[in-house]
Ligand binder design. Structure first.
Ligand SMILES: [Ca+2]
Ligand SMILES: [Ca+2]
Ligand SMILES: [Ca+2]
Ligand SMILES: [Ca+2]
Length: 315
């Protein structure tokens, strides 16, 4: 796949951003625990012509609707807090730009109009702003703009690479991962959304990636390779009590909280299978927030894709 040329770093760091799916409300009846279900999830899937398209899944067992349809890459989707819009990245004009579209796929607008490499979109809890990661000036930084594209601000402006931003539920902070303290691996950090008070939460010689705030704002789930393979960890937002939840020899990654914070969805290579695009694809799992009852989600072609984007085999 030519996707890797998009990034200097291991693509696993960034691709997982794509896999993140976003919940609003939770009311659908399904085979999932009731409180782990969702009304809408957005995800990315490779289509037959070999590029990513964005889909929305309505209800845990609902039908998936394809929202983009073009030969360019459309990825890194983030559902707005009110469920009416999706921010995403597309290179349809020849370079990466941040777009928004309505939840039905209409009104696709280029918000950035500024060539660069973009990824990792996330909305502010009040829906007025969008944060994302962009490669300009030789490294990745975290940016904020209003949801109409105005007032673009580089928040980090650092020589390090900052990746994958997760907005705290109270709106005041970002969690992200970066290589600022050691270019050979990454750590999880938090900071205020104006870039102040940068705090490192992990400190070891392994990659820590994919931070994701719990819905109540008290914990951060993330992925760590400190045990030799990728595991889902959770910690308090001050970095204390780092606990390995998945604890499985296969790679486990992309932790996504259920709307009520009692469950964590994740992808796992523990029973990988080959998909229609000849890339590794990984089933989705669900566990309780204490790591118990790790369950492979029932087969569903679309649902599998949520956590089943191709992962760099060399990762
Ligand atoms: Ca496309
Ligand atoms: Ca930077
Ligand atoms: Ca580390
Ligand atoms: Ca594992």
């Amino acid at each position: 796949m030519g996707i890797a040329c998009y990034f200097q770093k291991n693509i696993g760091y960034i691709l997982v951003v794509v896999m993140t799916f976003f919940f609003v409300a939770c009311s659908s009846s399904s085979s999932l625990p009731q409180d782990a279900s969702f009304d809408k999830a957005v995800f990315v899937s490779l289509t037959g012509n070999g590029n990513f398209e964005i889909f929305v899944l309505t209800g845990t067992n609902g039908e998936a609707a394809q929202l983009t349809d073009n030969p360019a890459m459309d990825w890194f989707p983030a559902l707005s807090p009110d469920g009416t819009q999706i921010a995403f990245v597309s290179d349809r004009v020849g370079d990466d730009e941040i777009y928004v579209m309505d939840i039905d796929g209409t009104t696709q607008l280029n918000l950035t109009n500024n060539p660069g490499r973009y990824s990792g979109t996330t909305w502010s809890p009040d829906g007025t702003q969008i944060a994302f990661v962009s490669y300009h000036n030789g490294n990745y930084d975290i940016y904020i703009m209003n949801s109409d594209g105005s007032d673009l601000t580089n928040v980090t402006n650092s020589p390090a690479n900052e990746y994958q931003v997760s907005w705290s539920p109270d709106g005041s902070q970002f969690a992200f991962y970066a290589d600022g303290d050691n270019t050979k691996h990454t750590e999880i950090y938090t900071m205020n959304i104006d870039g102040t008070n940068v705090t490192r939460l992990t400190n070891n010689n392994a990659e820590e990636t994919e931070p994701n705030w719990s819905p109540d704002g008290t914990k951060i789930a993330f992925t760590s390779k400190r045990d030799g393979n990728k595991e889902i960890y959770v910690m308090n937002v001050d970095g204390t009590d780092q606990v390995n939840l998945s604890n499985h020899k296969a790679d486990d990654f992309n932790p996504v909280w259920s709307p009520d914070g009692k469950h964590i969805f994740f992808g796992s290579g523990r029973s990988s299978w080959s998909g229609i695009i000849n890339s590794e694809r990984y089933p989705s799992y669900l566990m309780n927030v204490d790591g118990s009852e790790q369950t492979r989600l029932p087969y569903h072609s679309w649902f599998e894709d949520i956590c089943c984007l191709p992962i760099n085999p060399s990762n």
